[in-house]
Design a protein around this ligand. Sequence first.
Ligand code: COA
Length: 258
Amino acid sequence: MAEDLVRVETAGRTAIVRLNRPQKLNALSHAVETQLDAAIRSDAVRGSAAVVVAGEGRAFCAGADVSEFVDASPGGILAYYETLGEVYERIAILPQPTIGAIHGYCLGGGFELALALDLRVADETALFGLPEVAIGIVPSSGGTYRLTRALGPARAKELILLRDRFDAAEALRLGVVAEVTPAGEALVRALELAERIAALPPLAVRVAKQAIDAAAESPRHAALMVERLAYATLSQTHDADEAARAFVDKREPRFEGR
Ligand code: COA
């Protein structure tokens, strides 16, 4: 039987996707990526209101499996991005919010996996870095693209070319993570945030996520039109009506996702 390199669990309405290759600091081998892809297609993830991604052992993830770089050919690499290498994009476009719970090393492809998520919570042991250029390549699981979008080109260049490692406090200052927790508490905090999101009206959550992602890629007029159309649709949902009625009746709303 195939080794259990990625585990999916459920906590409340949240799915936890856990990298489970601790003896190799959760290095992203093709086998791990294959199971990560299966994990995000699993019923547990599809049926969840939010997804938390975490790592087993002493690190979130030490990056792409360097031992698989040997024998890479241009054709093989292009084929990889047409198939398995797309997993980071498939994670980025999951409809429900995704949160990274980061501890220990978060390097290279592991950092890029974290950047493909909507939010990141790190504990104070987290160490971030993009070692790719130092080993003669570049971040290529969406890293140059997403860091540039998130932080701007100057910061992206600083992190990719100049910063060997940076800690959780620095990640917070840069805006790479939303919060820093004491050691060992990133997953608990990520789950708290995920459950807060899970309590919100689910259609509004999903549309808000997608409207924000579309806004990041769109001219002003198109972005505003998207949010107005989103409002026009959401305002007609049962849940929006229920929220207004509950306010008037001074009671808690009961959302049904319709
Ligand atoms: N790919 C493959 N294996 C990796 C790995 C990676 N990216 N990162 C760690 N491992 C393996 C190590 O080879 C080691 O395996 P072994 O016990 O069979 O020898 C095991 O994980 C533990 O790592 P180790 O190096 O012993 O731990 P450490 O605490 O001394 O150092 C790191 C941790 C992260 C500093 C170090 O492992 C490292 O530099 N890894 C490569 C990071 C990297 O370049 N990632 C980006 C690739 S683009």
